[in-house]
Design a protein around this ligand. Structure first.
Ligand code: T46
Length: 148
């Protein structure tokens, strides 16, 4: 079967979003609503916890997936890379979300033992959306930068 060239127009975006905290005498509450506090329809939620010492996770990019990472407890760091620029973010409070859209290589590291990292995603789990090889990621990222 003939293979057609992909027509995906890759996006690559990272943003820090701040949530409203409802604090009263009892404590605090944060609500995250689709298309309001998070810029997409939430289709999947997963949690990363009980991370063993010195373990790193991620080390892949996505083709089109949009996600928001929120550290509900403890702390961790996230290194993001668009193929040209690398940046690190400390997530240590639940009122901050790290929005990652598409073709961004991500690595999570420096997890505290009590870290609970919640991730909201705009689609269901699909292994086909993953780019797990850094050289393949760089090729696509170069193409994206060229087409910009
Ligand atoms: C990402 C970062 C931030 C599922 O069955 N369903 C799911 O929705 C996910 C995310 C994973 N899995 C399975 C697949 C693997 O057997 O759980 C196992 C661990 O997944 P993975 O090695 O991909 O986990 P991380 O922490 O390296 O990466 C995850 C997400 O996969 C990824 O999309 O951006 O968190």
């Amino acid at each position: 079967m003939e293979r057609r060239p992909t027509t995906i127009k890759y996006k690559a975006e990272v943003k820090v979003l701040k949530f409203n905290v409802n604090t009263d005498d009892r404590g605090s509450l944060i609500a995250i609503e689709k298309n309001k506090d998070v810029p997409f329809d939430i289709k999947r939620v997963y949690f990363i916890f009980d991370t063993k010492p010195n373990m790193e996770r991620g080390k892949h990019a996505h083709k089109v997936l949009q996600q928001m990472l929120v550290c509900l407890n403890g702390r961790c760091k996230v290194r993001v890379d668009d193929g040209k620029v690398k940046e690190s973010f400390l997530l240590d409070t639940p009122n901050i979300g790290l929005y990652i859209n598409g073709l961004i290589w991500r690595e999570m590291y420096d997890f505290s033992p009590d870290c609970v990292l919640m991730v909201l995603a705009d689609s269901q789990y699909s292994e086909e959306d993953y780019i797990r090889n850094y050289a393949s990621f760089i090729k696509l990222a170069d193409r994206r930068h060229y087409e910009q």
